[in-house]
Design a protein around this ligand. Structure first.
Ligand SMILES: Nc1ncnc2c1ncn2[C@@H]1O[C@H](COP(=O)(O)OP(=O)(O)OP(=O)(O)O)[C@@H](O)[C@H]1O
Ligand SMILES: [Mg+2]
Length: 502
């Protein structure tokens, strides 16, 4: 059994953990829940040897557990899948998987690469990932990188397995695979800590749940003692608002964007679609079905082989995200926020301000109105409930979900006519998710903007989209119209979406 007892940890300006005590039993999958910034990752990092607690102790099988580093924890058979992916982009898949093993078990000075690749292949097979062990990590998709992280943690022998949002970037099929592996590990008596924002997953595989709020432990419960609404209330202190969105403001006489026959080898197979003014257009599909690839081709971050993008009836050529924003008023909220969407080394203010600069710069003298910029940033921080010490805090010091919120905030303020949101609510807590949904709806229904919503979250897409294109194998395989027509549509549309995948 692992016991953590009266653990506290502060960072400049915040008490991330405040006197937290929990018992974790052998063979138990224990969920750790809470809002963005509640202290989940901090607790995981303390158990994983990354941070030292300010006060409090840990015990493993009744002996005190003192960890000096991540490597120290590994050698004591504690391994972790980080929320921020820790893979090394310029190393091969096999090197990444075997890295921790090599650090802790460096017996021979000569590395047998054939052997390493072979063992790595074994772990790749375990997670059903079909990539060669010699491939460079930098060439993989986010979902594949996440699976590599999971394979890596499985490769290091462990008694305690710490999983910090392991399913945030992978598809349901891949998540199921992971759950099968976890059930197996559980039988072997391994303690598993599992952080997620997807409550269905908690009910599916966890035995117990501990909820944190503002660094304090609210309660620990057996899963069969609680319902979803109880957990939501423990996390955010109120019940979830279930809103239905009926967008009435679509103008089908104005075709904002039209995409004709876009082709790119292995990424996009002849895709055409239309987007109208005031519409929320859903792109549904599994991770890897070609939605992000298409978005990148549209906004010029990737070069298409053939096909056209028309805006307001005119053929255009977008060269990059910046070009799209400044010349054609198209915004793209990337799914890969950590690597592409944020300036981690810069302040919240700068990150949120960047997209509104053209709007707030003086018409004649193009300098930035600092006061307006600060006011806007403060408003977004407050509305999205971004937990930070001030708008001058560096983004890299924020919790994972709060970083996501900054990246969303940045585009919500931009003066775009078309915004592509790629998996906008991954990693954000329930309260913020509600709020982001409302904002996306208002952008279309009130402000008359045209939205493309890429989402693998079925309830989310049915709630918000007016029309849905279904993607599979890099092409559109179906279209569902009038999605949120009435109360019954959820059941009808979810069945219809499900049919495309059976
Ligand atoms: N290295 C750091 N420096 C300063 N503050 C930090 C650091 N790491 C975490 N914090 C702060 O500690 C608090 C808890 O953060 P933590 O990452 O544990 O949250 P979390 O529950 O994992 O949230 P999320 O769901 O967003 O991942 C936050 O207010 C965060 O800004
Ligand atoms: Mg976290």
């Amino acid at each position: 059994m692992l016991t953590i007892s009266n653990i506290s940890k502060s960072f400049p300006g915040v008490r991330a953990l405040d006197d937290v005590s929990v018992d974790f039993k052998n063979g138990e999958i224990h969920a750790l829940l809470g809002e963005n910034g509640a202290g989940k990752s901090t607790l995981m990092k303390i158990i994983g040897g990354v941070y030292k607690p300010d006060t409090g102790k840990m015990f493993f099988d009744e002996k005190e557990l003192v960890l000096n580093s991540y490597i120290d924890a590994l050698s004591k058979e504690i391994s972790m899948v980080n929320q921020e992916l820790q893979v090394l982009p310029s190393f091969s898949v096999a090197e990444n998987i075997m890295l921790d093993k090599m650090i802790t078990f460096r017996k021979t000075p000569i590395l047998n690469w054939k052997e390493i690749n072979l063992v790595a292949k074994k772990y790749l097979d375990m997670v059903d990932l079909d990539v060669p062990p010699t491939k460079l990590i930098g060439e993989l998709s986010v979902a594949q990188k996440q699976m590599i992280e999971i394979a890596k943690s499985l490769a290091s022998k462990s008694k305690i397995l710490l999983l910090d949002e392991p399913t945030s970037a992978i598809s349901e099929t891949e998540a199921e695979k992971l759950f099968d592996i976890l059930r197996d590990l559980k039988k072997k008596g391994i303690i598993i800590l599992f952080v997620t924002h997807k409550l269905e997953e908690v009910f599916k595989i966890c035995d117990k749940v501990t909820v944190l709020r503002d660094g304090r432990k609210i309660d620990t419960k057996m899963i069969n003692e609680v319902e979803k609404q109880d957990l939501v209330k423990m996390m955010i202190g109120r019940e979830e608002k279930i809103e239905s969105f009926r967008n009435k403001n679509i103008d089908k006489s104005i075709l904002t964007m039209e995409v004709k026959n876009i082709v790119k080898y292995k990424k996009c197979e002849d895709v055409s679609f239309k987007l109208y003014k005031g519409e929320v257009l859903g792109f549904y599909g599994l991770v890897g079905s070609g939605r992000t690839e298409l978005a990148r081709l549209i906004i010029g971050e990737d070069k298409k082989q053939s096909g056209d993008v028309l805006i307001n009836g005119k053929k255009i050529k977008i060269r990059s995200i910046a070009d799209g924003l400044y010349k054609y008023r198209i915004g793209y909220v990337t799914e890969n926020r950590k690597e592409e969407g944020l300036l981690l080394n810069s302040t919240i203010l700068n990150n949120i301000g960047i997209t509104i600069w053209p709007k707030i710069a003086g018409r004649i003298f193009r300098f930035i109105n600092g006061q307006k910029e600060r006011k806007h940033a403060k408003k977004m921080v407050q509305q999205l409930d971004i937990k930070a010490t001030s708008i001058n805090q560096l983004v890299q010091k924020l919790s994972g979900g709060n970083q996501q919120k900054v990246s969303i905030a940045k585009w919500l303020g931009a003066d775009c006519d078309i915004i592509i949101f790629d998996e906008p609510t991954i990693g954000v807590d329930i309260g913020a998710k509600e709020y982001i949904h409302k904002l996306i709806f208002d952008l279309a229904n009130v402000q008359g903007k045209s939205i493309i919503l890429i989402s693998s979250d079925m309830p989310e897409i049915i709630k918000l989209a007016n029309r849905i294109y279904v993607f599979r194998d890099k092409k559109i395989i179906g279209e569902i119209e009038e999605v949120n027509k009435d109360e019954d549509s959820y059941n009808i549309v979810s069945k219809e979406l499900g049919n495309y995948y059976t």
